[in-house]
Design a protein around this ligand. Structure first.
Ligand SMILES: [Fe+2]
Length: 146
């Protein structure tokens, strides 16, 4: 795993962790007439993101590196912004949609490097992550009122 690959993979992990935390933040703080539905949907999503975090970190370690695993490392690497519990439900949905799009960009960047190295193990894992984020993006998009 060269440095480029490691940096891209580590950023993907940091963004995924940040989105996991943000989705849990919104599970706790979402308000409004659709509280119950969104509360439960966000729980399902942060649970999946937690599993994604684990899969990505363990792949980095499998490839012989140390995975970033602290808040200071994550905040230095991430580009996803932390959640704001004062946002409305609609703002939360819109923001989470944008964040999943950002992670899909991260994923395609890592996938491209994995393909250049014929790293089939990473390619398979990244493909699964892409499909999951696309599905979550659809569900968030479909939940917006506009
Ligand atoms: Fe809960």
């Amino acid at each position: 795993m060269n440095d480029n690959f490691y940096q891209a993979f580590a950023k993907l992990l940091a963004d995924t962790y940040t989105l996991y935390l943000k989705t849990q933040n919104y599970h706790w703080h979402v308000r409004g007439p659709y509280f119950k539905t969104l509360h439960l949907m966000f729980e399902e999503q942060y649970t999946q993101l937690a599993m994604g975090v684990d899969t990505l970190a363990e792949r980095i370690i499998t490839l012989g590196h140390t995975a970033p695993a602290s808040f200071s490392e994550f905040s230095a690497l991430r580009s996803i912004k932390e959640g704001d519990p004062k946002k409305t439900a609609e703002q939360m949905l819109a923001e989470l949609c944008d964040d999943h799009e950002l992670i899909l960009k991260d994923l395609y960047k890592v996938l491209k490097i994995a393909q250049e190295h014929s790293d089939e193990g990473s390619i398979a894992l990244l493909g699964e992550r892409i499909a999951e984020h696309e599905k979550t993006h659809w569900m968030l998009r479909a939940s917006k009122a506009y």
